[in-house]
Design a protein around this ligand. Structure first.
Ligand code: HEM
Length: 495
């Protein structure tokens, strides 16, 4: 840890002092919100980990057992629900009373600024309207489809082919992170960081973006906001690193904006150029686009990782996807257009089913603005954090039947055609007024990658586990990645 500030007592700069600071904050927090109930004691002592691999598995267990499908973690002032009626109430019916709220916007504020992901009220409504107008255009969808296909044909498939030749182990999760970062940067900025080119060092932009996302997420894990706020004030440790990463992102984003102004943005197809036609303010433009990058990057990589992990253990589903593609597209034919994909019902069902069990965003919180009562009768006091939990919701028998833990794409098909379940039972893309703006793009990306890789390669994991272990963070990430070996399947189309 580098120490720069000279006027402060030296002992406050040692790692020990931060541990001490964390304990003091934790003590203050606990003394304010101490609770002896079984759930809070289990949480505070981490004894849930004796029975469950992941915190989300313990929450899923508690929510399954709860008659209302709602629980309280008093020490965190967090009400957690897996009840679809409650979810509909907070995301749609009484949406205005459940904003993102200040605690989270403060945590992500330095990184995301006033970007759509991090604001409520008027700034959110303005950006949402502007972004929806663009994203709904046919030309934008075709542009996204072109980018994704290009990245697959020219980088993803050649990369996997090279590993097929050497028979070396490859971390598929890392590959998907690189792939989705390249794709979302090209789509949002018209910028190609070339992360999937393993022969090149990672671009400064990618490194800084990764660091800024990770360190911002870590702020949420400190015992009290006081800890990171003091470190930020003193420009110390992780806060110093975060500041440097954000400065780097700012410089690069501004460079892109200036270059676009010089070269002319009126005919360019990326999202930034489109926004530049209606917004002048450089900081605002930067914030809008950085939010898209954050929203569209790790989520897609996470969905792909769990999908391919499931494929390695569900060979019947894998061959059903291949058969459907041969039947609908033709055995030696590749995907031609965005529309062409709409006919692949089984593929869509498999992707929805995979995200039912492994949603990329496992939980999402809002802060209650005024005292309220949820449809299941739960009272929520003003200022309470209210969390809906897609991961747990995919594991509730009342929602999905007694076979809820089975990976069964058929549950999404009626007479062979995909049908959508009640969206509030499946809040993977946050249904309601703030539904994910990249949903269609994400589904397209997932389908094209899934199809291309399954038709071109046989993929086997090199480690066996029944339940993935997740790393803490904003998006679900497999701890240890997804190590695989790939073998090229000959004489088949590339997508
Ligand atoms: C499988 C992939 C994805 C999943 C599961 C997903 C899920 C979500 C969820 C749960 C939210 C709500 C977050 C919150 O408000 O706290 C959200 C918001 C958002 N997503 Fe996605 N997302 C995915 C991919 C994408 C992509 C590819 C893009 C960009 C093209 C994108 C753009 C956005 C934006 C801009 C928002 C903010 C919407 C608003 O606040 O009005 N997402 N997404």
């Amino acid at each position: 840890m580098e120490l720069e500030v000279s006027w402060f007592p030296q002992f406050l700069f040692t790692p020990m002092s931060f541990i001490l600071l964390s304990f003091i904050s934790l003590y203050l927090l606990r003394s304010r919100l101490w609770c002896n109930c079984e759930i809070c004691s289990t949480y505070l002592t981490s004894s849930w980990s004796l029975k469950f691999h992941n915190l989300c598995d313990w929450y899923a267990h508690l929510l399954r057992e709860s008659p209302t499908k709602t629980i309280h973690i008093h020490v965190l002032r967090n009400t957690i629900t897996a009840n679809p009626e409650n979810v509909q109430y907070m995301l749609k019916t009484n949406f205005e009373n459940f904003p993102k709220g200040k605690p989270f916007s403060t945590i992500l504020g330095d990184f995301l600024g006033q970007g759509i992901f991090n604001v409520d009220g008027h700034p959110w409504r303005f950006q949402r309207k502007m972004a929806s107008l663009e994203l709904d255009k046919h030309s934008v969808r075709s542009y996204a489809f072109e980018i994704v296909n290009h990245e697959i044909e020219n980088r993803l498939i050649p990369l996997l082919s090279s590993f097929s030749e050497t028979k070396d182990v490859l971390d598929l999760q890392d590959v998907f992170k690189r792939f989705s970062f390249d794709s979302i940067c090209k789509f949002s900025f018209g910028l190609d960081p070339m992360c999937l080119d393993l022969s090149l060092p990672l671009s400064e932009f990618a490194v800084s973006f990764d660091l800024a996302s990770r360190l911002s997420a870590e702020r949420a894990m400190t015992a009290s906001p006081l800890v990171w706020k003091i470190k930020r004030m003193l420009n110390l440790g992780s806060e110093k690193q975060l500041k440097e990463a954000i400065n780097m992102i700012d410089v690069l984003a501004r460079e892109v904006i200036v270059t676009k102004r010089q070269m002319g943005f009126s005919t360019q197809r990326d999202l930034l150029s489109r926004f530049m036609r209606s917004v002048d303010d450089e900081t605002y433009l930067r914030d809008i686009v950085i939010s898209f990058l954050l929203a569209g990057r790790d989520t897609v990589a996470s969905a792909l990782t769990s999908f391919f992990w499931l494929m390695t253990t569900h060979k019947v589903v894998e061959s059903a996807i291949r058969s459907e593609a041969d039947r609908v597209l033709g055995r030696n034919e590749s995907l031609k257009s965005f529309e062409h994909m709409q006919e692949l019902h089984y593929l869509q069902a498999a992707i929805y089913e995979s995200m039912r069990l492994y949603p990329p965003v496992q939980f999402d919180s809002k802060f209650c603005d005024q005292d309220d009562v949820l449809p299941d009768g739960t009272f929520v006091k003003k200022g309470t954090r209210v969390t809906y939990h897609p991961y747990a919701m995919g594991r509730i028998p009342e929602n999905w039947g007694p076979d809820y833990m089975e990976f069964k794409p058929e549950r999404w098909l009626k007479e062979g055609a995909f049908f959508m379940e009640n969206a509030f039972k499946y809040p993977v893309f946050q249904p309601g007024h703030r539904v994910c703006l990249g949903k269609e793009m994400a589904l397209m990306e997932l389908k094209v990658v899934a199809l291309s890789l399954l038709r071109n390669f046989d993929i086997q994991t090199t480690t066996q586990f029944d339940v993935p272990r997740f790393s803490p963070g904003l998006t679900a990430t497999f701890r240890g990645g997804l190590p695989v070996r790939v073998r090229e399947r000959k004489t088949l189309p590339s997508s």
